[in-house]
Design a protein around this ligand. Structure first.
Ligand code: NAI
Length: 247
């Protein structure tokens, strides 16, 4: 992956940060985008202290205007971009449907689903004239199953898998691969909203590996999907759940 350039959303923390570190370790130059400038700076410093190369841009993925502007700026400053990781996301306020406000619903759909359309729209328009490239969308196991008190999140992530498969069909002939990952619980900030007894129950009774995943494990999986090692994998929504859904 030497000399490849990777653009990552939600890159300041969690899975995005771990993906940036994994890609940088493999020789990629990384473009880090997020709404949290302080955390972005920390991740950039960490990568550069380890000998990598990183650029940061503030980007709220729920704004198509910002998505277009930052992609154009990044392209102008880097000449080409090979890989895109659409990772930024939120869990939203957990609540059953009959108590959910439209504001809560729309917020999650905007950040977790509409953003994927905005990003893919901008990215495909960069990759088509370049002659190809690879994209990974971060969906969730919630994109394959319903979620108690998380209908907005589940609906958004089902949508992410749908647009991933559609994009793979539309652009495979243009040498553009589009895949998704579907993790179960990973130890990042986002699961702080989930009650501890649910996290403990799932770990003890549902996950055969008896633990939750780590952001670094998602980063390595994303790196593999972007790399030529997965060159015939396209339109796939790869479950990483410690075997939870194997039985
Ligand atoms: P995290 O909370 O550690 O990181 C999310 C990052 O996204 C943060 O840096 C945050 O500032 C950024 N972000 C939030 N809203 C944004 C916006 N509007 N525009 C740009 N950046 C924004 O959480 P984590 O776990 O790293 O989440 C990353 C992705 O992984 C999300 O899409 C999430 O739905 C997905 N995921 C996480 C799982 C988990 O258990 N941690 C399981 C399955 C999927």
């Amino acid at each position: 992956m030497k000399d490849k350039i990777a653009f990552i959303t939600g890159a300041a923390k969690g899975i995005g940060r771990a993906t940036a570190v994994a890609l940088s370790t493999s020789g990629c130059q990384v473009i880090l985008t997020d709404i949290d400038q302080n955390a972005l700076d920390q991740t950039k410093n960490e990568i550069e202290n380890a000998g990598g190369k990183a650029t940061t841009y503030l980007l709220d993925v729920s704004s198509q205007e910002q998505v277009n502007a930052v992609h154009q700026k990044a392209l102008k400053e880097h000449q080409h971009i090979d890989y895109f990781v659409n990772n930024a996301g939120i869990g939203g306020v957990l609540t059953p449907i009959h108590l959910m406000t439209a504001e809560n619903w729309n917020n999650v759909i905007n950040v977790d689903l509409n953003s994927i359309f905005y990003c893919l729209h901008a990215q495909i328009n960069i990759l088509l004239p370049q002659g190809g490239g690879n994209i990974v969308n971060v969906a969730s196991l919630a994109g394959k199953k319903g979620v108690m008190a998380g209908s907005h999140y589940s609906a958004a992530k089902h949508g992410v898998i749908g647009i991933t498969k559609s994009a793979a069909i539309e652009y495979g002939a243009h040498n553009i691969r589009v895949n998704a990952i579907c993790p179960s619980f990973l130890e990042t900030d986002i699961i702080q909203a989930v009650p501890q007894q649910i996290l403990d129950f799932v770990k003890q009774h549902r996950v055969p590996l008896k633990r939750h995943g780590k952001a670094e494990e998602a980063g390595e999986t994303i790196k593999w999907l972007l790399s030529d090692q997965s060159s015939f994998v396209n339109g796939h929504a790869l479950v990483m759940d410690g075997g939870m859904n194997a039985g």
